[in-house]
Write a protein that binds this ligand. Structure first.
Ligand code: 5GP
Ligand code: ZN
Length: 114
């Protein structure tokens, strides 16, 4: 997707503070952090959100979760605790239309989420 900001981060056209990259995904610091630690894990492949995910993508989905856990450990929040979130569509709070997994930590999270 030529006008997708997260495709541009994945391809290096837009700079971000990279925390992890491999052939399937990229993780980077959120530009507007909502917690002391706030990273995003995205597939390189353009998927809009979880609504587009099929059982053929189970490997990719598992990989995103494993990388989220790795990024949380490297960010020093694994023991204290962290939150993983896929915001999906309007009522899910999604504003960027490329699948991304939020990794939030470093403060007490509220429940239920707002
Ligand atoms: P959403 O509400 O779609 O789940 O979250 C999108 C997230 O992407 C927001 O937390 C926002 O701060 C982050 N974001 C949007 N544009 C950029 C960008 O260009 N660079 C980075 N690093 N984060 C971005
Ligand atoms: Zn994209």
């Amino acid at each position: 997707m030529s006008d997708c900001p997260f495709c541009k981060i994945a391809s290096g056209q837009i700079q971000a503070k990279l925390l992890h990259h491999d052939e399937q995904c990229v993780a980077f610091a959120d530009i507007n952090p909502q917690a002391p630690f706030h990273a995003l894990v995205i597939p390189r492949r353009h998927l809009v959100n979880l609504n587009e995910l099929s059982t053929a993508d189970e490997g990719l989905a598992g990989h995103l979760l494993a990388v989220a856990a790795q990024v949380a450990r490297a960010g020093g929040v694994a023991e204290s605790g962290w939150r993983a979130s896929f915001n999906t569509n309007r009522e899910g709070g999604q504003v960027i239309w490329h699948l991304h997994l939020h990794v939030l930590g470093g403060r007490q999270m509220g429940w239920p989420p707002g």
